[in-house]
Structure formats: structure tokens, C-alpha cells
Design a protein around this ligand. Structure first.
Ligand code: PLP
Length: 401
């Protein structure tokens, strides 16, 4: 049993950076005012709020009044989707999204479909998990009110051609939203270069605390507020602002942005070592997601003949924290909707494992995984009805990758 715990699940969440905690601390009990109050502690809180907004706007290449603070990535996605489509419901009733979105987007689409009469096109993806920009163009109708396509997929790490797709949306005058929750610190976030109208971010994916998020909304985009009340955030998201967390998230985004260019090559080297080591040492291991259009931090696989959750539990007993697909879908019945959309079906898709790297991971950590994982997979396969003694898969993937 290992005496150190190695964390390989940074796509699920990250530890709060001590520099972020330090920036937050005064706003709990010294500068604790409500930013709407007129006296001094209120004014201090207001100053901190607007400074954080300006910092975030600068990283995104946006105007400060285009930044809306929310409670998480899920809320940002909900506000973007429900807010724009309900604002446009008299003129448009059609939404375009993909089959591989996070449930924060896909379940909101399902609700808009069932309860509000919208029609939703769920675009397919290729075996790498990539959306075809031409398919987006073909799906547009005179009634399309919104296009929402994620920047990078949380389960398989595939990076979507957002800048290309957003320009198609712009040519048709359709608002374009991207769920960029997996992007900070790993991908460029300039909203003009990406040509997006709305972009969702969640603090806990880049070393800020859980429970704080951002929705960027380009000036001029029509949005019906989904949370009404005291008029905070220019009336777009009522509720007293969470100043310590907003200050922390601004600091975290600044840090993530300033280290991105050095961290991405380092993480990519670790990721590539992990991918080639696993594919070479474990028979029939399949890399899921694109080999090239892939987040620097992300390695994901399926191992036919095993259950992903069993792999995760065995790794946990060895002191390694990983996940089987998305943290948010654990407990779901059946194989992942992302792997199914990529053509991998039950039971092969059940053997999924996601290893996601972060700031503290080293080559030695990767070597530990490469040492332990082959034995874990072999021991589980020895008990599997789907993997025979000769080492061949008894059930083939429906479509090979
Ligand atoms: N979108 C993506 C792509 C995610 O990976 C996640 C979380 O894993 C979310 C949205 C939801 O973010 P939050 O946990 O802040 O609600």
C-alpha cells in the first residue's frame, strides 16, 4: 500500500491554490461588507468585486460589464441556454447542440424541449469525438435561436473547432455559447478570437474553490435572467455576490493564464508518456478521444473486459485517484453518452478510465500509474466473462476507433 495519494482527477476538481486562499481570506471577516452597502466595508467589497471583474475581463479579452458571476459552471450553462432561448422564443424555437455535452447543457436542452416546446438538434460526433463544422451549418434553420457546443470534452479531452463553428453562427446572426469549463489554464480564452457570444467557466477546475463560476455574455446578446431579485450583476443574476470566492477565482484565473504557456508543454509530455505507456503495456487498451486535438492534461481509455468503476476502486486502494468518465455522471446507469456517441457501445464502453493531470503531477507519478495499472486490468480481466483466457476480446466494439 502506497503512503502517498496521487491525484489524477483534475478534470473533476482541483485543490484550491494557497495563493488563492490568501487572496480570499480578508473578505471573510475583515472586508466582509455587502457590495451594495454604502458605508466603508461595503465600498471595499464593491471595489474588490469590480477589480476581480476587470481582471477576469482582461484574461478573456472582454469588457468588465460582459462578466456575470454565478455559483458554478452548471449555473452558467443554464443561464446561457435558458436565458437566450427564452428571450428569443417568439422568433425562434430551435437549438443546435451536440450529443457529447455535459449534462449541465444536455439536460437543460431536454427541459427546454419537453417543457417549453423547443426543437433540439443533437449533432453527432466522429469516432474521435469531433463535431463537423459543416454539419453545424447544415443544421441551421430560420428558427435557430442558439448554438451551444463545448470547447473541450470533460470525458475524452477532445477539443472542438469552436472558432470555426462560431464564425458560421455569426454569419447567420445566431448567438453562440460554449461550455469552456475544462479550458482555463489549458486553452486560449480570448472571446474575440474564439468569436463566441457566451462562454461558461467554473472556478474549481483551475485551483479556485467549488461553488463559483462565470458566464461571459457579449454586449448586445439578449438574455432573460433566470434568477430574479435584487438586481445584482446588472439584473442578469440576482443575489448578493460571493466576494471571497469571486476574488479567489479572479486570482486563480490570472495564475492559470500566466502559467499556461509553460504548463501546457509540460503536461503534454506527461500525458503522452502516460498514453504511450498504457497503450504499449496493456493489451487491447483503446485511447478514447482525439490523439491530436486533445487537452494537454487529459488521458482517457477503455479497457474491454473490465468495469471502469472496478478499475477506479482498485487504483484507489493503491493510492491513485482517477475516475471512470465524468465525475458528474457517476451513479448513472449504462455506458457514457459521450462514448456511445463516439461509436463505442456497451459492454466495451463500461471499461472506461480517465486520468487527468495537474500542476503537482510529476514524471514519477506517471511512472507509478504505469507500474500499477497493467496488474489492475489483468486481475479484473481474469474474472471477466467478456475477456477470454487467450487475451482476445469476446465482445468487439461496434465501431473501432
Ligand atoms: N461543464 C463541463 C464540461 C464540466 O466538466 C463540468 C464539471 O465537471 C460542468 C460543466 C459543471 O461545472 P460545475 O461543477 O461548476 O457545476
Amino acid at each position: 500500500m502506497a503512503n502517498t495519494f496521487l491525484y489524477f482527477d483534475h478534470s473533476a476538481t482541483t485543490a484550491t491554490d494557497p495563493r488563492v486562499i490568501e487572496a480570499m481570506l480578508p473578505y471573510f471577516n475583515t472586508l466582509y461588507g455587502n457590495p451594495s452597502s454604502l458605508y466603508s466595508v461595503g465600498a471595499e467589497a464593491r471595489k474588490a468585486l469590480e477589480k476581480a471583474r476587470a481582471t477576469i475581463a482582461e484574461v478573456l479579452g472582454a469588457r468588465p460589464n460582459e462578466i456575470i458571476f454565478t455559483s458554478c459552471g452548471t449555473e452558467s450553462d443554464n443561464l446561457a441556454l435558458r436565458g437566450t432561448t427564452l428571450a428569443a422564443r417568439c422568433t425562434g424555437n430551435h437549438i443546435i447542440t451536440t450529443a457529447i455535452e455535459h449534462h449541465a447543457v444536455s439536460n437543460t436542452c431536454v427541459q427546454l424541449e419537453r417543457e417549453f416546446g423547443f426543437q433540439v438538434t443533437y449533432l453527432p460526433v466522429d469516432p474521435d469525438g469531433l463535431v463537423d463544422p459543416d454539419a453545424v451549418g447544415r443544421a441551421i434553420t430560420p428558427h435557430t435561436a442558439l448554438i451551444s457546443i463545448m470547447y473541450a470534452n470533460n470525458e475524452v479531452g477532445t477539443i472542438e473547432p469552436i472558432a470555426e463553428i462560431s464564425r458560421i453562427a455569426r454569419r447567420h446572426g445566431i448567438p453562440f455559447h460554449t461550455d469552456a469549463v475544462q479550458a482555463p489554464g489549458l486553452l486560449p480564452l480570448n472571446v474575440d478570437e474564439l468569436a463566441v457570444d457566451m462562454l461558461s467557466i467554473s472556478g474549481h477546475k483551475f485551483y479556485a474553490p467549488k461553488g463559483i463560476g462565470i458566464l461571459y455574455v457579449r454586449q448586445g446578446t439578449r438574455l432573460l435572467p433566470t434568477q430574479t431579485g435584487g438586481g445584482q450583476e446588472r439584473g442578469m443574476r440576482a443575489g448578493t455576490e460571493n466576494i471571497p470566492y469571486i476574488v479567489g477565482m479572479a486570482r486563480a484565473l490570472e495564475l492559470a493564464d500566466s502559467t499556461r504557456l509553460s504548463e501546457v508543454p509540460r503536461l503534454s509530455r506527461l500525458r503522452d508518456r502516460l498514453i504511450s505507456g498504457i497503450v504499449e503495456s496493456i493489451p487491447d487498451a483503446i485511447l478514447t478521444g482525439s490523439r491530436n486535438q486533445r487537452l494537454a492534461s487529459h488521458a482517457s481509455f477503455v479497457f474491454p473486459g473490465v468495469e471502469g468503476e472496478a478499475v477506479v476502486l482498485k487504483l484507489s486502494m493503491l493510492g491513485i485517484g482517477a475516475s471512470s468518465g465524468s465525475a458528474c455522471s457517476s451513479g448513472d446507469e449504462g455506458p457514457s453518452h459521450v462514448l456511445s456517441a463516439m461509436g463505442l457501445q456497451h459492454p466495451v464502453a463500461r471499461g472506461s478510465l480517465r486520468l487527468t493531470l495537474g500542476r503537482e503531477n510529476t514524471e514519477q507519478d506517471v511512472d507509478r500509474v504505469l507500474k500499477e495499472l497493467p496488474g489492475v486490468i489483468a486481475s479484473l480481466r481474469a474474472m471477466s466473462p467478456f475477456y477470454n483466457a487467450e487475451g482476445t476480446i469476446a465482445v468487439q466494439p461496434v465501431k473501432s476507433l
